[in-house]
Ligand binder design. Structure first.
Ligand SMILES: Nc1ncnc2c1ncn2[C@@H]1O[C@H](COP(=O)(O)OP(=O)(O)OP(=O)(O)O)[C@@H](O)[C@H]1O
Ligand SMILES: Nc1ccn([C@H]2C[C@H](O)[C@@H](COP(=O)(O)O)O2)c(=O)n1
Length: 229
């Protein structure tokens, strides 16, 4: 347990988990903006760690090499939901971490326990006293199992791929779907903190809903939880 966890938090933590492209980032940012909370994209942290590994010439399939380098990069996450940032050793990697090289390498890096331990410590430091929406794959299960509100977002693979292809300006939908499903498979079957629906989470299948409708549903849930306290 970190020192940040040793005394009761004063603010709310909202945890959003789900597979790739299910709408976690957009929903979390919308909810955080409307409720005046901070926002943490833990996927960006795993991507930033992967970027650092690639920059250092580490073979991302060599788990021992990845583990040995895991404590070296200095990561800084900005938590403004309207302008989230991520820096590695002072370099703004916000754009670079969304490129194909990082996307193709992030799943093997994320399976390495030393990487997860390092990022878990940073994530809990940032969560601190709460008032934050945190999204990823293991937030409600491992990072903040005591979160006041836990959501598990899903959407059909075809819908996720179509949304992502639209965002990327008409990229190949079939290739995008294959890439999403490949990452889902690794994320769900790895030994360390696999993607799973956390105990106590509310499941929202977003396939049939607009982004605003999903944000409304999450805010209604938060208000219901706060009203019952
Ligand atoms: N309910 C929705 N309806 C339509 N489009 C949506 C919805 N939710 C998210 N989107 C769009 O789907 C795409 C993927 O969403 P987003 O990046 O939020 O997913 P994610 O789960 O955070 O993905 P990743 O796991 O890859 O980080 C974005 O273009 C976003 O605008
Ligand atoms: N809490 C988390 C967040 C992310 N990951 C890994 C698994 C994903 O494939 C990768 C990139 O995340 P994304 O930007 O797509 O949300 O990072 C994880 O293992 N745990």
């Amino acid at each position: 347990m970190t020192s940040a966890q040793s005394s009761p938090r004063t603010g709310i933590v909202i945890a959003l988990d789900g597979p790739s492209g299910s709408g976690k980032s957009s929903t979390s940012r919308g909810v955080a903006t409307r409720l005046g909370l901070r926002y943490l994209d833990t996927g960006a942290m795993f991507r930033a760690m992967t970027w650092a590994m690639l920059e250092a010439g580490i073979d991302v399939h060599d788990a021992a090499a990845v583990a040995a380098y895991a404590t070296t990069p200095q990561l800084v996450s900005g938590t403004d939901p309207q302008a989230p940032t991520i820096h590695v050793d002072g370099v703004d990697v916000g754009e670079a971490i969304r490129g194909e090289a990082v996307t193709g390498a992030v799943s093997p890096v994320s399976t390495v326990p030393e990487v997860r331990t390092r990022l878990l410590e940073l994530q809990r430091e940032i969560i601190g006293d709460g008032d934050i929406v945190v999204e990823g794959r293991d937030i409600g299960s491992v990072v903040a199992p005591d979160a006041e509100v836990k959501l598990y977002l899903t959407a059909d693979a075809a819908a996720r791929a179509a949304r992502r292809a639209l965002e990327e300006g008409g990229s190949d939908v079939a290739a995008t779907e294959a890439s999403l499903l490949a990452r889902d498979a690794i994320d769900s079957t790895r030994k360390a903190a696999p993607l799973t629906m956390p105990d106590g989470a509310t499941h929202i299948d977003t396939t049939a809903y607009t982004l605003d409708q999903v944000i409304d549903q999450v805010i209604a849930l938060v208000q219901a939880v706060q009203g019952s306290e």
